[in-house]
Design a protein around this ligand. Structure first.
Ligand code: SF4
Ligand code: SF4
Ligand code: SF4
Length: 324
């Protein structure tokens, strides 16, 4: 008896032939042009690609909302209006934070360094946001930190309601040294990313996920500790730990429109004591630490509180011979 004569081999060979036949038939059917498909004449499906204008129209509400928010922020900044600044901070938490959950992040720095950024056609509002951040930083410094960033706005609002007696004054030498930690975190994170191409760790160095309310118990515990510490140390995360703040700080060394100072600022320390960001040393403004919060600029223009104006009045009075 030859092997083929065994019944189970015949069954196997038969099954194999049926399988090959099925594959051939399926392949041929797939290769059939549409108008030969069983006598039916289907029209080719034409996929219409949306134009850039179509995509812009689709994203228009997002872009308009961001531009409205940016206008409010810049209006409050240029007018040095304290009430409008707080309106902007609340809007930042509600709109940029809770509604959009859109913040510039250290991940965008990784993307910029490796050319891995969102597609423009689908992310126009994001590009408006990123362009606004870079342009305002070059023109005025860290306006983004002082007004736009939802996490910074959130901690500034906490500061505004925490009684001053809880807040610790950090010695200047310690504050200065601690401000370098954020640069260490920035360069460490960029170096780690460039070597490993891993980004999952960024949630441990940026608490911006807060507005998505989506995190592990460990992250929530770390955030809780950070927020409790922020009650005692003003703007703790922004001043000492934020890698994005460090990057914007480096960029803000290019600031075009600098904060003005009087010659009297060398002796007067009123602004230095007022600055909650540790960004003033006598007459000098440390651009990388300043978030353009307006506090010292309001003092600068205050004719009743700033000694420059009081001295100016005296000089004028002497010039007129009043009180001689
Ligand atoms: S320092 Fe960081 S967290 Fe603070 S406002 Fe700036 S970007 Fe936001
Ligand atoms: S209060 Fe006036 S003089 Fe004093 S530091 Fe501020 S701007 Fe200068
Ligand atoms: S007080 Fe002046 S120097 Fe300090 S953060 Fe505000 S704007 Fe900058």
């Amino acid at each position: 008896m030859t092997p083929l004569k065994r019944p189970w081999i015949r069954v196997l060979v038969g099954a194999y032939r049926v399988l090959v036949l099925c594959m051939l038939v399926t392949g041929i059917t797939r290769a059939q042009p549409a108008d030969d498909a069983g006598g039916w004449n289907f029209e080719d499906e034409v996929e219409v690609q949306p134009t850039l204008l179509d995509l812009a129209k689709e994203q228009a509400p997002d872009i308009v909302l961001f531009l409205a928010f940016a206008t409010l922020a810049m209006f409050s900044f240029l007018r040095k209006s304290v009430p409008l600044k707080y309106v902007t901070l609340v809007a930042s938490v509600l709109y940029m934070g809770i509604y959009k959950s859109q913040l510039i992040s250290v991940v965008n720095i990784f993307g910029t360094l490796t050319g891995n950024l969102p597609l423009f056609a689908h992310s126009m509002a994001w590009y408006a946001f990123a362009t606004f951040t870079v342009v305002t930083t070059v023109l005025w410094g860290r306006v983004y930190c002082g007004r736009i960033c939802a996490f910074g706005a959130f901690t500034q609002l906490i500061d505004a309601i925490v009684p001053k007696r809880f807040q610790l004054e950090i010695p200047q030498a310690l504050e200065q040294r601690a401000s370098y930690i954020k640069y260490g975190i920035l360069f460490g994170a960029v170096g780690y990313y460039l070597v490993t191409h891993e980004i999952a760790f960024y949630r441990y160095i940026e608490p911006f996920w807060l507005f998505t309310f989506d995190a592990t118990p460990v992250l929530w515990m770390l955030l809780g500790a950070l927020l409790v510490a922020s009650i005692f140390v003003r703007n703790l995360y922004c001043r000492f730990l934020c890698p994005l703040g460090a990057a914007l700080g480096l960029l803000s060394n290019l600031t075009v429109f600098k904060i003005k100072r009087w010659s009297e600022c060398s002796q007067c320390r009123l602004c230095e004591k007022t600055c909650e960001w540790g960004a003033i040393r006598k007459r000098q403004i440390i651009k990388s630490e300043c978030v353009r919060c307006d506090d010292c600029e309001i003092l600068y223009a205050d004719e009743k509180r700033c000694p420059h104006w009081l001295l100016e009045l005296k000089r004028k009075a002497r010039g007129l011979g009043i009180g001689r």
